[in-house]
Design a binder for this molecule. Structure first.
Ligand code: SF4
Length: 382
């Protein structure tokens, strides 16, 4: 395996399970569960360091990583600093839930190197927060932002969800305006997906239809654009210079390491790139870590077709950068046009894709059709 410069760490514990949540999460019943998890995570990090010793981005996701106690934060910091070279880290993001944003903890996170926060707020509508089973109210969101600013973590992103049960366009508009008023540097918007194994998956929900969900997305594009945010990725907006560097590694289909239960990574092996996934079960993760069974050692290399498809799907999500056609050719030894001799000219002709100099992008009018457009790239013969 060759070096990746980005590391994702999954910290799976939450105080409750939100009604829509489909992530690999365990409800925390006692703090010692986190200590045990850190023990196993350290075994993995020690082994993983051979494949990504020097990092440029770190992302601590979950779960609710901000549930860690100060002692646990320091321990995790020691582990990371011991096993990796972090002098070149440009962006180190921590996912925070509003109710856990405490001054001393945030200071401790800053001390170990965190310089960016992704705050999961989801909505500013109190009734919707309750119906989603979120463990915080609206007042805690503003308080969390105040605390972030007080400790010097002004570089924060807000996550919002649209398409929630009973959500109106007016409620969504108010959430967007409330988010903008808190002066985040970045905003991520997620369309609700109802997964079978979640609380929502077992209920009769009154969901906004596709048309209303599309209106919500359009409204967000307009409001965030007016507030100076650059719509740089289908679901992400940043003030100039504040795109997510870590997530851009994913969208550029570049390698990244991932550690922890349920985490997915992408590394380069001698035989080519490999995607790997950790088990979702904590018991299996613990057993495998004690036996030094690492998922990145049990994978098959991806075919070139798989790599090309992923590079196209992910690259077209980047609305500003798009796909760098020269970089594509250098990476795959052939041009994108030679791989898609029919699809590409057709979509350019329809105006759904735009080629400017050596970059291929989705046309702004085609963003809502992105899934249909991506599907066209599944078969190079079409
Ligand atoms: S806080 Fe986030 S990760 Fe935890 S249950 Fe809720 S949505 Fe899932």
């Amino acid at each position: 395996m060759s070096s990746a410069r980005s590391l994702y760490l999954h910290l799976p514990f939450c105080s409750v399970k939100c009604h829509y949540c489909d992530f690999v999460v365990r409800v925390l019943s006692k703090p010692e569960q986190i200590d045990r998890y850190l023990e196993h995570l350290e075994l993995e990090l020690a082994a993983l360091a051979a494949h990504c010793s020097e990092l440029e981005t770190v992302y601590l996701g979950g779960g609710t990583p901000s549930l860690l106690s100060i002692v646990q934060i320091k321990r995790l910091g020691r582990m990371l600093h011991q096993h990796f070279r972090l002098e070149q880290v440009q962006e180190w993001t921590l996912e925070v839930n509003p109710e856990t944003a405490e001054t001393d903890s945030l200071k401790a996170w800053r001390q170990i190197g965190v310089n960016r926060v992704s705050l999961g707020v989801q909505s500013f509508d109190a009734a919707l927060l309750t119906s989603c089973g979120r463990p915080h109210g609206v007042a805690e969101i503003s308080q969390a932002v105040k605390t972030l600013k007080q400790v010097g973590l002004e570089n924060f992103s807000l996550d919002l969800i649209y398409g929630l049960p009973e959500q109106s366009l007016e409620s969504w508009k108010q959430s967007l305006l409330a988010a903008i008023a808190l002066a985040p540097r970045h905003v991520s918007l997620y369309a609700l997906e109802v997964h079978e194994k979640t609380h929502f998956g077992h209920q009769q929900l009154n969901l906004p239809g596709d048309e209303l969900a599309a209106d919500m997305y359009d409204l967000a594009c307009e409001a965030l654009g007016q507030a100076g945010f650059v719509h740089y990725e289908i679901a992400n907006w940043g003030l100039p210079g504040y795109h997510s560097r870590h997530n851009t590694v994913y969208w550029q289909n570049s390698p990244f390491a991932a550690a922890g239960v349920g985490a997915h990574g992408y590394l380069m092996s001698q035989d080519g790139p490999v995607r790997y996934a950790h088990p979702d079960s904590l018991a299996t993760y613990y057993r495998q870590s004690l036996q030094s069974i690492w998922p990145w050692e049990q994978t098959e290399a991806q075919t070139q077709s798989e790599q090309i498809e992923e590079t196209v799907f992910l690259g077209l999500r980047l609305l500003e950068q798009g796909i760098d056609l020269d970089a594509f050719e250098a990476r795959f030894g052939r041009s994108l046009l030679s791989y898609y001799p029919r699809v590409l000219p057709r979509l350019l002709e329809l105006g759904q894709l735009i080629k400017i100099e050596q970059r291929l992008r989705l046309s702004p009018d085609a963003v809502m059709l992105s899934n249909e457009i991506f599907a066209e790239f599944l078969d190079p013969e079409l």
